[in-house]
Design a protein around this ligand. Structure first.
Ligand SMILES: Cc1cc2nc3c(=O)[nH]c(=O)nc-3n(C[C@H](O)[C@H](O)[C@H](O)COP(=O)(O)OP(=O)(O)OC[C@H]3O[C@@H](n4cnc5c(N)ncnc54)[C@H](O)[C@@H]3O)c2cc1C
Length: 412
């Protein structure tokens, strides 16, 4: 039986489950209460728009731990329960069941929720979002039953769903306000790779335009109308226009919130007994020198470990570089680092962009800030080292695939 202080984690998904695991690995013997809205055991979301959506990945493979793990490790897992309020003075949470739970330290891993499309008709049947395993199962059913879809948004989720829809033989149109898919993340030099990829697979890309209403008949979505009046009919409309951090609980409790729950590098919020990690946290990143909210799997996997150590009183500064990956058709990619949309002065390509086997490096003043490898593997560690070193790099050598990545650094 656990004894000692009570640490409560709100949000039972990847970040929450990883924090519970890290607390035990670090030797914490007190009570751990892990509370989550969803009725499912904590699971990972990347397969929900890839293998699990397409039916090639089994349900068992998505869970963070086996069901028995929580009891075996003395984690009091409460599923299907929401936390509705934090009383910081009493150090107590109110639950959707009406119960209260006291805490000595609290970790918020409440994640993010899909941003809703703010146009008329968006509440009609057949308008779908993708965040949860239930959403993914619903969408899989939809893709097997329809002949056409319109996807609103050309970010990672929109494009992965487009790939799944095309693989299912569904006529697919993607509508995006941006002139290129993923323009805000990749910039105009690299984003066309994804436009070409999807066009080659038969996706009708409608770029630089907006959906101004969902067309509805008998309460069901029948397509969309674009800002220029064009009407696109479809059997279903799927929306992937980004996520909003689930920070309401923190905000109502008076914690500092600004585009996420603000924390220091040790994941501590403006209340020294409350921490935040994963998609909801906007944490100070010592290497980048700014606060970042990272909406990616690797961050939700590693940041809570740092938060757990911090909760145990260890001196922690989480400075792992952001990393994410995506799979679309036969394109697999990994991205390491961080660069603001106007934060680079050149992009260097190494490899064959036309064949979609290359690495792109975003550089500023001779330094590499971020790198993306496409269908080239086992280079992430080198890219990360190059960025972390911050040493000047020779762009011509960087572009030459015969020179090892780390040998492109200027010798000191
Ligand atoms: C379909 C999909 C595909 C993705 N693919 C990739 C990918 O390929 N690569 C990549 O790097 N990243 C990917 N991501 C992003 C990655 O999955 C997220 O970064 C990660 O899930 C964040 O984990 P989290 O635990 O911080 O938050 P979440 O996964 O959002 O979990 C938060 C949990 O907290 C619960 N909660 C919220 N408020 C309360 C409350 N008040 N009380 C109780 N419970 C609460 C929520 O119900 C939820 O279960 C993908 C995401 C999605 C949705």
């Amino acid at each position: 039986m656990p004894s000692g202080p009570t640490f409560v984690i709100v949000g039972a998904s990847l970040a929450g489950a990883r924090a519970a695991e890290a607390l035990r690995t670090e030797g914490f013997e007190g009570q751990i209460v892990l509370i989550g809205h969803e009725r499912h055991y904590p699971y990972e979301r990347p397969p929900l728009s890839k293998g699990y959506l397409q039916g090639s990945e089994a349900r068992d493979s998505i869970f963070v731990h086996e069901e028995g793990w929580y009891a075996e490790h003395g984690v009091d897992l409460r599923l299907g329960v929401g936390v509705t309020a934090i009383d910081r003075e009493l150090r107590q949470l109110t639950l959707s069941t009406g119960e209260t739970v006291g805490y000595d330290k609290l970790l918020l891993t409440t994640g993010a929720t899909p941003t809703l499309l703010p146009v008329p008709g968006a509440g009609a049947n057949g308008v779908q979002y993708l965040r949860s395993v239930d959403d993914s199962e619903r969408l899989r059913e939809t893709l097997s039953a329809v002949s056409s879809v319109v996807i609103v948004g050309a970010g990672w989720i929109g494009l992965e769903v487009a790939a799944a829809a095309r693989n299912a033989g569904v006529a697919t149109t993607v509508v995006s306000m941006e002139e290129q898919p993923l323009l805000a993340v990749l910039g105009p030099e690299v984003a066309p790779v994804f436009a070409d990829l999807h066009r080659e697979h038969g996706v009708d890309l409608r770029l630089g335009t907006e959906v101004d209403r969902i067309l509805v008949s008998a309460d069901a979505a029948t397509g969309v109308r674009l800002a220029d009046g064009t009407e696109l009919s479809a059997d279903a409309v799927i929306v992937g226009i980004g996520v909003t951090p689930a920070a309401e609980l923190a905000e109502a409790a008076g914690l500092n919130v600004d585009g996420g729950v603000l924390t220091d590098a040790g994941l501590r919020t403006s209340d020294p007994d409350i921490y935040a990690a994963g998609d909801v946290a906007r944490a100070y990143h010592p290497l980048i020198g700014a606060r970042l909210r990272v909406e990616h799997w690797a961050n939700a996997r590693h940041q809570p470990v740092a938060a757990a150590r911090s909760m145990l009183g260890q001196d922690v500064a989480y400075d792992r570089l952001p990393y994410f990956f995506s799979d679309q058709y036969d394109l697999g990619m990994e991205y390491t680092g961080y660069v603001a949309p106007d934060g680079y002065d050149r992009v260097v390509f190494r490899g064959d962009v036309g064949k979609r086997e290359f690495v792109a490096f975003w550089m500023s003043r001779g330094q590499v800030l971020a790198g993306m490898n496409v269908n080239i593997w086992d280079v992430t560690d080198d890219i990360r080292d190059l960025i972390r070193d911050g040493l000047p790099v020779d762009p011509e050598r960087l572009a030459n695939p015969d020179i090892p990545i780390l040998d492109t650094r200027a010798k000191s």
